[in-house]
Design a protein. Structure first.
Length: 201
């Protein structure tokens, strides 16, 4: 027999599932992008890696003119990146040793063209706090090639305090998503350049 507690949890999960898919449709990317901001919880693992990965591979997609930043939702002081994040990035030719965590500000939100979060909860929080900016708030996992349906598939797990293989998995996940994002941005831009209707507008 299903307990009352389990029934409540089930309905809560169904509610969250419905709300998620109502609020988070596949993103429409802006035509002009000059600044991209990555956001996670502490800005010492996921968003930091996303920022530095983006800086490294942007030239592959002719996006080197874009500025990349990262911020955290729960940052009390400037901390270096997690040691395992530094090690994994170093293995991939990225120096994360100079990174220091920074708290997200209102100015960051308003000046960025795209605000990319690692988890659906972070995206939902920012959409509710900044309702006028909700169209620029995007979930990075949307750009994973193969996505299973569900809330867990819409979050990149925080590797903070976990073994290094969790950081390696996180790095690879973020790298794949950013590659796919940049590929789409490049395709959209080249489509606009070759579209005579868009050129006249």
């Amino acid at each position: 027999m299903i307990s009352k507690h389990n029934i409540i949890n089930l309905y809560s999960e169904i509610y969250n599932y419905i709300v998620f898919f109502l609020e988070h449709q596949p993103p429409k990317l802006p035509e002009k992008v000059s600044q991209i901001l990555f956001v996670c919880k502490g800005n010492v693992c996921r968003s930091a890696m996303a920022e530095y990965i983006s800086r490294k591979i942007a030239h592959n997609y002719k996006l080197e003119n874009i500025k990349f930043y990262s911020r955290g939702l729960e940052v009390s002081k400037k901390n270096p990146a997690e040691q395992n994040a530094i090690l994994v990035c170093k293995e991939n030719g990225i120096d994360l040793s100079t990174h220091r965590s920074t708290s997200l500000s209102d100015d960051d939100m308003y000046t960025s063209d795209m605000v990319i979060t690692m988890e659906y909860k972070q995206s939902r929080y920012l959409r509710r706090k900044y309702p006028l900016l909700k169209d620029k708030i995007i979930l990075l996992p949307f750009f994973m090639n193969k996505r299973s349906i569900g809330l867990n598939s819409m979050s990149i797990k925080d590797p903070y305090g976990r073994p290094i293989y969790d950081f390696e998995h996180c790095y690879n996940y973020i790298f794949s998503c950013i590659n796919n994002l940049f590929y789409q941005m490049k395709a959209n831009r080249e489509g606009a350049l070759h579209n005579p209707i868009l050129q006249k507008t």
